[in-house]
Design a protein around this ligand. Structure first.
Ligand code: NAG
Ligand code: NAG
Length: 148
C-alpha cells in the first residue's frame, strides 16, 4: 500500500516535470466551448469540430505521419512540421506559427487553436484536406447549437 502510494506520488511529480501526458480526448461540445472562450467566432465552431474529428479524432496529442517520414502532423488540427511548427532540429520548417510542435500536443489547447487560426488566415479552410471532402457542406456538420 505504502509502496504503491509513493510510486503514484513519484510518477505524479516526475510526469508533471516531464510534461508526460497521454493527451485529452475532447468531445465536439467541449472543443466548441473552449474555442469560443478563446475567441473563435461562433459561426466557425462546427467546421473546427469537423476538422478536429477527422484529423485527430479529437486527440490533443495526436501525431500523424504523412508521406513516409517526410513530415509529421501535430495535435487536434494536425498541423505539419514542414510549415507550421518546429519539431526536431534536423527537420527544416518554415515554422509559420513560431512554435515548438510539442506545444501543440498539450492538454491546454490554446496554442493549438492559435496556430490553427493562423493556418486558416494564411491558407483558408482548404489547408485541411478533410475540409473539401467532409467539412465544407454545412448540412454534414455536427450541430453545436446545444453545446453553447
Ligand atoms: C492520442 O494520440 C497519442 C499520440 O499519437 C497516442 O499515443 C494516444 O494513444 C492517443 N490517445 C487515444 C485515446 O487514442
Ligand atoms: C518511417 O519511420 C518508421 C519508424 O521510425 C520506419 O519503421 C519506417 O520504415 C519509415 N518509413 C519510411 C517510408 O521511411
Amino acid at each position: 500500500m505504502r509502496l504503491r502510494f509513493s510510486s503514484i506520488l513519484w510518477c505524479y511529480f516526475l510526469c508533471q516535470t516531464l510534461h508526460i501526458s497521454n493527451g485529452r480526448i475532447l468531445k465536439c461540445c467541449e472543443l466548441a466551448r473552449e474555442m469560443l472562450r478563446l475567441g473563435t467566432s461562433k459561426s466557425e465552431l462546427a467546421t473546427w469540430c469537423c476538422i478536429a474529428q477527422f484529423e485527430s479524432k479529437f486527440n490533443t496529442s495526436a501525431i500523424g505521419r504523412l508521406n513516409g517520414n517526410w513530415s509529421n502532423d501535430f495535435g487536434l488540427f494536425q498541423v505539419s512540421d514542414r510549415y507550421w511548427c518546429q519539431s526536431k532540429a534536423s527537420r527544416s520548417s518554415a515554422n509559420l506559427c513560431q512554435i515548438n510542435c510539442q506545444q501543440l500536443l498539450t492538454d491546454d489547447i490554446k496554442e493549438s487553436v492559435k496556430c490553427a487560426h493562423h493556418v486558416k488566415k494564411l491558407q483558408g479552410w482548404k489547408a485541411w484536406a478533410v475540409y473539401n471532402g467532409r467539412c465544407k457542406n454545412s448540412k454534414l456538420l455536427p450541430s453545436i447549437e446545444e453545446c453553447l
